[in-house]
Design a protein around this ligand. Structure first.
Ligand code: SF4
Length: 338
């Protein structure tokens, strides 16, 4: 299928979106954009990319920021481990490599938070190394065009798709080709409404011929979702409140939240006697918050006096200062609607 790369690149020339990270080959900017855009819609990620570039124009600026500042700027984007890894790796580049990014796929893979996808993206976009990117869009396009039944989350599938991407890449313009196939997956061969009636690949697309489009790509595992029940205590006294920092190896590491009691089910919680003998003046209705492997059921309990006792990781702050702390999106949303 020799024309595959040319057809995809031709489509890209006519249909691509004009995005700021496509106008540069600076590895710092490309790395930032790739980490921000993972599991994020372009419309949402774009504003974060611009904020990061504006606040930290160079890798040295990012490396010299505190982790709390970086998490604050990241707030609302989710998957906070990406922000922590981003900050960690900025220090590696700035202080151990004098600000110079490694310029090969293999060396990029050694950096924290940079997996096969990001390494291929940076190596090809910045340094024109011909290594094929394989993200969710590429899995979908290739599994449909070649009607591949092998599950994409199996080790066999990962190897097969990586090799196929490698065979198909345009060696002269690997940067354009990789951008093109991802954009094609995002706009043309989309998950639920692929635009097959006006598609330059329709004559060679095997799934289109045999009617398997909606069942490609194949995944073998179903993600197991765990339900968790969070009860946040929102103390409000003289314009002050308490936040606690999440320090355990769990979701939202190093973010701040209202002091939390977690229960095993959704029964009404009343065991806050350790902190206050009063009843809450207000209890919110349940808020559901979906993460990749967890479904959080949250309630907020308002108390209009100070607690009797506090835990060592609690911090007293002015309610007006709350946005200075990196908060999980769940809490930020609750405050927005309060
Ligand atoms: S014909 Fe449809 S399924 Fe096949 S590549 Fe084009 S948009 Fe995707």
């Amino acid at each position: 299928m020799t024309d595959f790369d040319l057809l995809i690149m031709d489509w890209y020339r006519q249909n691509k979106r004009d995005l700021p990270w496509r106008r540069t080959n600076d590895p710092y900017k490309i790395w930032l954009s790739e980490i921000i855009m993972q599991q994020t819609r372009v419309e949402q990620g774009l504003s974060y990319y611009l904020k990061f570039i504006d606040t930290y124009p160079t890798v040295f600026d990012l490396a010299n920021a505190s982790e709390q500042e970086v998490l604050n700027l990241w707030q609302g984007l989710g998957y906070y481990s990406r922000a922590r890894n981003l900050h960690f790796t900025s220090k590696t580049i700035a202080f151990e490599k004098n600000g110079k990014f490694p310029n090969t796929y293999k060396e990029l893979l050694l950096l924290k938070g940079i997996g096969t996808y990001s390494a291929a993206a940076i190596a090809s976009f910045s340094f024109k190394e011909p290594v094929g990117v394989v993200d969710g869009n590429v899995y979908r396009v290739l599994s449909r065009v070649f009607d591949i039944e092998t599950p994409i989350d199996s080790s066999e599938g990962k190897k097969l798709f990586f090799e196929l991407a490698q065979n198909l890449i345009n060696k002269e313009k690997p940067d354009i080709y990789n951008q093109a196939i991802m954009e094609f997956g995002a706009l043309q061969c989309s998950p639920s409404n692929p635009n097959c009636s006006v598609c330059p690949l329709s004559t060679i697309c095997l799934s289109s011929g045999v009617g398997t489009i909606t069942s490609r790509p194949v995944k073998s595992k179903k993600i197991k979702i765990t339900d968790r029940y969070f009860h946040f205590m929102l103390f409000n006294f003289d314009g002050n409140t308490y936040l606690e920092k999440r320090i355990n190896n769990d979701i939202w590491l190093n973010l701040y939240q209202f002091p939390l009691i977690e229960s095993r089910d959704n029964s009404e919680i009343t065991n806050w006697e350790k902190y206050t003998l009063n009843n809450p003046s207000k209890v919110s209705s349940e808020i559901k918050h979906i993460l990749s492997h967890q479904r959080i059921h949250a309630k907020f309990y308002h108390f209009s006096e100070k607690p009797n006792t506090i835990d060592s990781n609690w911090k007293k702050i002015k309610l007006s200062e709350i946005q200075d702390f990196p908060l999980p999106r769940l809490i930020d949303r609750y405050l927005e609607n309060e």
